[in-house]
Design a protein around this ligand. Sequence first.
Ligand code: PNS
Length: 349
Amino acid sequence: MRVIAGSAKGTRLAPVPKGVRPTSDRVRESLFNALGQFFGGGEVLDLYAGTGALGIEALSRGSELAVFVERDRAARAVIRENLRRTGFTERAEVLGGEVEAVLGRLVGRGERFDLIFADPPYRIATAEVGGILHRLRSLLAPGGRVAIESGEAPVEDAGGKKGVTRRYGGTFVTILGRSELIMIVAVCPGSFDPITTGHLDVIRRASKIFDHVVVAVGSNRRKQARLPAVERARLVEKVAADMDNVSVEVMEGLLVDFARERGAQAIVKGLRAVSDFESEFEQAQLNRTMFPELETVFIMASAEHSFLSSSAVREIASLGGEVSGLVPEGVLETVRQIYSGQDGKIQGS
Ligand code: PNS
């Protein structure tokens, strides 16, 4: 593999490490041709960078700076070697770790990129790429472009993913502008101790309104949770698995910080009765003071769930009552086992 054009044209790149699928010269050439007028220097972010060939091609063609994200250590060593060969070491930063976590850090640093490549290994599910798309919008500079490579044709309109897709043999490349990457992301926070059918109904209804919903499993300081947040999140994940635009994460710290890092525009909460209003109103006002652009949106609980709460489920389960219908089917057995300890004592894990 060689650099195709620009100041480092013809430089031979280091051998491709095992397990890395490099973007072929043909696809790289076609991709830069397709970017055409949109490619005008600036800063570039190369996600799932592999050998770094795409970001290096961009540097060679005039990008001022490139950030490479690659979780494989051997591949990162190859990127560094390729930067040395092309003389671009000073104009690059190579980051390790999981793409989603690194994106969160870059958003936190206030970074903006003119060009973002996402070339995930084919074994990484399209759903993961969908999951990172909502963060890319906050990282993309005005007029910038995101180019996504995939081994399969993108699903029309899935999770707000539009843009122009071209096919090069078995590779599909989709180029999106910022306006095509409009993803309205909502965070749906809660303790979910445990998740109830009412929670799931709110999450499902939110997933139909917003492009992406991040369920944030947090800990309410006023209540002692029965299960660790990771376990509660696992239960939510299990019952929300059929919704492609819903992801579940554990939330530590402030909700507004969590939302900012995920590029969210809204907090979505369920509201059951007037009794919920006071505390929800207080939280919404406080969150708004800390992050005025973040709207809190309420979804009215369905009538059949208006009486339902996690605390009622805990009480019923701990006293040996029937919780069927109160919690989603997929977690019924687990909830029965875990929450059935008398006086709140957990049985099992
Ligand atoms: O299901 P819950 O118990 O009503 O959920 C409460 C939760 C976790 C959403 C709330 O306690 C929260 O937002 N915690 C994060 C910490 C925070 O941001 N506190 C300030 C909110 S005013």
